[in-house]
Design a protein around this ligand. Sequence first.
Ligand code: ADP
Ligand code: MG
Length: 341
Amino acid sequence: MIRILPDTLVNQIAAGEVVERPAAVVKELVENSLDAGARAIEIEIEQGGAALIRIRDDGRGIAADQLALALTRHATSKIGSFDDLERVATLGFRGEALPSILSVSRLRLLSRPPDAEHAWELGGAGQIDDIAPRPAAHPFGTTIEVRDLFFNTPARRKFLKSEATEFRQVQQAVSRVGLSRFDVGFVLRHNRRVILDLAPAVGDEGRLARLRQICGDEFVSQSTAIDESRLGMRLSGWIGLPSFARNQADLQYVYVNGRLVRDRLLAFALKRAFADVMHSTHHPAYVVYLEVDPASVDVNVHPQKTEVRFRDATRVHDLLFGAVHQVLRRLRPEPERHHQI
Ligand code: ADP
Ligand code: MG
């Protein structure tokens, strides 16, 4: 017999793709805060995220009568048409994260938009417990509290690694997003201890300070800034000098229009650019930002939105390869070059 699955089950199936672990929850929630225009985001984690993930922001909030919609599948304020999808400028657009997270946790959503007299909240365990919001105390902005992740999906819960491992992933997720928005402040706490405190970066100095906090002193002193524009695309960021070769590909950040992506084509272009100056068993380090026309890149490839498809992949490859190769070649005759931004 064929039947239509109940909503909660549908959401739990989607959750399998979108929220495989606490770090993925953190990524989705922080992206929502950024899409809401937040300037300060606090992330509180307990027990690696298995017990608690709480994200508070000072963004534009959600009106009381929209709270239930925010937790409903395929409900989004970010796109409304195929046209919008073709040129997405926000990090989210699928309307999946909140309902997916709710379906596998005990969730509370509290929000106060600037025109509200007070905040309202809504929540539930696995599903919304009551679609009528309750009054709550909360400053302007939004808090989402996620407790007991996977409490109702024991097989998934068992897949969680140690507290330390899960937290490391969370910290990486925050680091990635921290490198994408220097203008926003982030505080990350684990078991009530402050682990990362990224102040909003002012000017080049502030940016370097944040880069140092996330990538370390060594990377900052052994890298060079890059900023090249070609054919309507811009590539900026920092390239690790060949002397900063690593045994692991663990310091490689590529952003496309502010979104961290894992893309074989881009990674390959960078690897090729380093090929002349680095032994093939070593891995280059880089933090690079590619800005392209949103209409020339498709982000709707995978639910986690870390894969992209370029309309003109060869051009993107050539820009990346060409610009980085040139920088590395310029560096070679004089290895002692001052760091500039
Ligand atoms: P998406 O981000 O793809 O739209 P989500 O399920 O992540 O889908 O969120 C659903 C909706 O809830 C968003 O479109 C947005 O309107 C609202 N929302 C979620 N988080 C926040 C937040 N922190 N501040 C303001 N609005 C939010
Ligand atoms: Mg979202």
